[in-house]
Design a protein around this ligand. Structure first.
Ligand code: CA
Length: 221
């Protein structure tokens, strides 16, 4: 799941990014309104965390322009101003939720997951594939009825492949789903995660398509 974080406070932005990455989100961080506008025009995101007081373009304008461009990405507003008019203005401008600073990182993670569930076409749909069961709402995975302990990135990789079952995803496409801007990516990171998943689940689940990428084949009807 890829999140655009828009926050000009470096300390706060750093903390939010780290917290979201820990929860398994890939995070792109824009530090002003124009950078956010550009990112939204060019990249698909699963959700946006938007500060309102921003340099170059106010957060409310970033939101207004995205909605005017028919971008329906779920948006959660961060605001220090706990005033009713601000919140109403944000929701009127097309925000889906808001949090008042200071807030708890765990609450931000939970609200983002709820927004993404609501925004997706198959909310909370369990994914069942062979003896594998993945529950996006609870973020847990079962193999042959037994829980499997996956790291946040292993989970994200498995989820991406299952959502695209039958399609081959390239290493670059997978990296984009797992990593945010500027994050250090080991050249063999995806191979390593695939290796872990095969070991923890079953070797036959994920197929390597030489020179192209990886796929989980569709189940026979
Ligand atoms: Ca700010």
């Amino acid at each position: 799941m890829r999140i655009l974080l828009v926050e000009d406070d470096r300390l706060l932005g750093d903390g939010i990014r780290a917290g979201l990455q820990q929860a398994g989100f890939a995070v792109d961080w824009a530090e002003d309104g124009r950078a956010a506008e550009l990112a939204l025009a060019n990249e698909p995101y699963d959700a946006v965390v938007l500060d309102l007081g921003l340099p170059r373009l106010p957060g409310m304008d970033v939101l207004g322009r995205a909605r005017a461009a028919r971008n329906a990405v779920p948006v959660l507003i961060l605001t220090a101003r706990d005033t009713v008019p601000d919140r109403i203005a944000g929701l009127d401008a097309g925000a889906d939720d808001y949090l008042i600073k200071p807030f708890d990182l765990g609450e931000l993670q939970a609200r983002l997951r709820a927004l993404i569930r609501r925004g997706s076409s198959q909310p909370q749909a369990l994914i069942e594939h062979d003896a594998l069961r993945l529950d996006p709402a609870a973020r847990n995975v079962f193999w042959q009825g037994r829980p499997v302990d996956l790291s946040a990135r292993e989970y994200a990789l498995l989820h991406a492949l299952l959502l695209n079952a039958g399609r081959v995803l390239s290493r670059t496409q997978l990296e984009e789903k797992l990593y945010g801007w500027g994050e250090e990516i080991e050249s063999n990171a995806i191979e390593v995660f695939v290796h872990h998943l095969r070991r923890k689940l079953t070797p036959a689940l994920i197929r390597t398509v030489r020179g192209v990428g990886y796929t989980i084949p569709r189940q026979p009807e």
